[in-house]
Design a protein around this ligand. Structure first.
Ligand code: ZN
Ligand code: ZN
Length: 293
């Protein structure tokens, strides 16, 4: 039986539609039913807009932007079919995780993607600063930081860009809010007065745009001190009344549901009482609060 608070609105990156994913989408959805999810949002990576923005493994596989578009289109067809097939056992939401590159056109691209494919929703994520990827390796992270002249200026730009993305794309979900911790967890720069102001600005924008924050538990198996976002950000979000959903950020069936229980305990420990999901009601997608207890 599905458990109401067992939801993930960020994940389902499957091997049939993502070069760095494993298992088919169907196998992942079977795993989601098995875990007891009530809602599972599938958020395939949006196709890169330009050769420069392809993932390394996509370049290695010799893929082009045109092929990525075709893959995305067959993803949408498959997820549409599977959502119908799984109805009654699992609410499958059809989404995409969008990027902030190219900086000049990402928002228009994201909005167009959602419209073209009639997606249920978007996860808006920042994986690039100054069009340099920073979550792919320590080396890439160090490069992106050096380009800004240090960790604090890098973080200031990261949160500024996150705020711009939120204002312009208005994604239903803001992905892994403090992702730069991946390669700099514990650094004091994350909590300077300036960075905190930048965090608060981005949170204010999330509130205005009606976004939900992705309580992303993929940080836990990577050895980070907490899921994304960190406790001091959870506290600020709570004070502002910005809600959370869970995201397992699964890239294989083994990762489906992994660490969601840890995420629930983490939120409860911070004093968060409810999780917010997206669900279809009278064929409209609405937000719904669910108690964590
Ligand atoms: Zn991925
Ligand atoms: Zn991501």
């Amino acid at each position: 039986m599905p458990t109401p608070w067992k939801i993930s609105l960020h994940g389902g990156h499957s091997g049939d539609f993502c070069e760095h994913g494993h298992d088919t989408l169907r196998v992942m959805l079977d795993a989601a039913v098995e875990y007891g999810y009530s809602t599972f949002g599938v958020t395939a990576h949006a196709p890169a807009n330009g050769k420069k923005f392809l993932y390394e493994e996509e370049k290695t596989a010799g893929l082009t932007y045109v092929e990525l578009e075709r893959t995305f289109s067959s993803y949408v067809q498959t997820v549409n079919e599977l959502a119908t097939e799984f109805a009654g056992r699992l609410e499958v939401l059809r989404g995409a995780e969008v990027e902030v590159v190219p900086e000049a056109s990402f928002a228009a691209n994201a909005i167009k993607l959602k419209k073209t494919y009639s997606l249920d929703y978007l996860v808006g994520s920042v994986h690039w600063v100054d069009e340099i990827p920073f979550d792919t390796s320590q080396e890439d992270f160090d490069k992106a930081v050096a380009n800004r002249g240090g960790l604090e200026p890098f973080l200031l730009r990261y949160y500024e860009l996150l705020g711009e993305m939120i204002e312009q794309v208005k994604p239903e979900i803001v992905g892994h809010f403090d992702l730069p911790r991946l390669y700099s967890d514990g650094a004091s720069e994350h909590e300077t007065a300036g960075v905190n102001r930048a965090i608060n600005d981005a949170l204010q924008k999330a509130k205005t745009a009606g976004c939900i924050l992705d309580l992303n538990v993929s940080a836990l198996p990577k050895g980070l001190s907490s899921p994304y976002p960190a406790p001091w950000i959870v506290k600020q979000a709570m004070e502002l009344g910005v809600p959370f959903s869970f995201g397992d950020d699964s890239h294989s069936s083994a990762q489906v549901g992994a660490n969601i229980k840890g995420g629930r305990h983490y939120l409860i420990d911070q004093g968060v009482e409810t999780i917010t999901t997206l669900t279809h009601e009278n064929s409209r997608l609405v937000k719904k609060q669910i108690p964590l207890h």
